[in-house]
Design a protein around this ligand. Sequence first.
Ligand code: ADP
Ligand code: GLC
Length: 499
Amino acid sequence: MHIAMVSAECAPIAKAGGLGDFVQGLARELARCGERVEVILPAYDGLRLASSDQPRPLGIAFQVPFRGVPIDCQILGLSLDGYECRLIAPRSAQRFFERGRLYGEPDDAERFAFFSRAVADYVSRSESRPDVLHCNDWQTGLAPVLLAERREALGRIPVCYSLHNVGYQGWVEADLLTAVGLDPARLLTPERLADPGDPRRANLMKGGIAAADVVNTVSPRYAWEIQNTEQGMGLQAWFQRHDYKFGGILNGIDETVWNPLTDPLIPVDFGPETLPRKALDRQALRARLGLEEASDRPIIAVVSRLDRQKGVDLIAHGLQYGLASGAQIALLGSAIEPAIAERFAQLKSRLETSPHARLELGYDESLAHLIYAGADLILIPSLYEPCGLTQLIAMRYGTVPIARRVGGLADTIQDANYSSAPFESRNGYLFDEPTTEALEGAMDRAIALWRDHPDYFSRLRLNGMRGDYSWRRPAREYLDLYAYARQAQCARASASSRR
Ligand code: ADP
Ligand code: GLC
């Protein structure tokens, strides 16, 4: 099968969070299964490229109309480990992808609406046509809509649409539809793109859900939450209405990138059979962050985008509570929102003089690896979490998660004390309410086990390390979903030819 995955992110070259890991991990596993995989991305100016990886022009050029102006685009090719990337490079006055970062620009909606139109044009060329198009999140929600609006001689391309974060739906003004050549009078209806909260505005994710052949989110629990609770952020009824083609598939992690036995970004390798060696990475982490050597203190870490979704109040509280409870704390966090960035900058300067606390603000891939390897506990107090990869990565590195029981965190973590699962599958600590008391309760239990029962704590670490978080099973589930999308498309084509 020729699978084209479209996304705003793909690790390692363009990653802000887990969406990048998702695309890389799934693309690699599908390619390993023998499928032909192509990842389509914007040609961002800040791609993190190895010197040996240079995008090359593929001799494919076309014009993409946007706001009535034809914009010259070319396709660049890049071979990454196991799969191919196609980079869409426009030459436009707006310099859409030359901003030094992936997101957070005032015209993000314009940038990704343009990208979606360019993708729809690119994949509709008969030479580039995939067997299935896999779109991701609001940024690419318009691509299924654009394809559904076309009358293609070869029939429509089957589309799978994955939702990684329903907190961001792409709410835009109606004229953005006109900008990409769509007709707002036809599409801005309750049946299509009109936002349920403000029907004068278009909701790109809502439109993508209606137009796609199959839709999924990244854990079964989040699939339930967005249909049945306020986590659906206004789209609950819409999810229920489309539940005939909707489901949840738990993410994997790429075990070649995230493997403490082979990770080149950590100083000392270790695995379940050599767990004591993790202590050397803990030492290296302390040295890297300037934390005092303290064998009586566990290291409690946070590695996160600092976004409201992640429970920033609880993160700030948990760090201070950990410190007051005699632990060391380490945070690596990246914030886009200025108020959140400022708040953590203040916390960082307040804790600067403590030998037991270090906050690093920004994005740092290699420090993230060292933290997973060196820490004892990781805090993930998310308000909502579609899947969450940090808990899976942390567990792989023998670092025990303390997390809120939501979304994929609830699907992947079995509480050390309260789970009904057998002891061998218990791997972390969960709390329910998004309150400081509930968080403190879980942290108390974790710190007490670390301090008073180190053997039991090691067993928890090992349970986490031995879990199967690979992409093998999820990749098979995506292949089934693609097959289902193709059947749905054939059925639709034959129904419309009978009419
Ligand atoms: P989300 O996608 O919502 O950010 P996930 O848990 O799915 O959350 O994935 C987060 C990914 O981003 C992980 O690979 C994590 O290591 C990485 N990450 C998050 N923040 C940072 C940061 N500041 N520096 C480096 N890596 C980060
Ligand atoms: C999103 C979600 C996160 C998920 C990731 C990959 O960024 O916030 O929970 O793991 O996408 O699917």
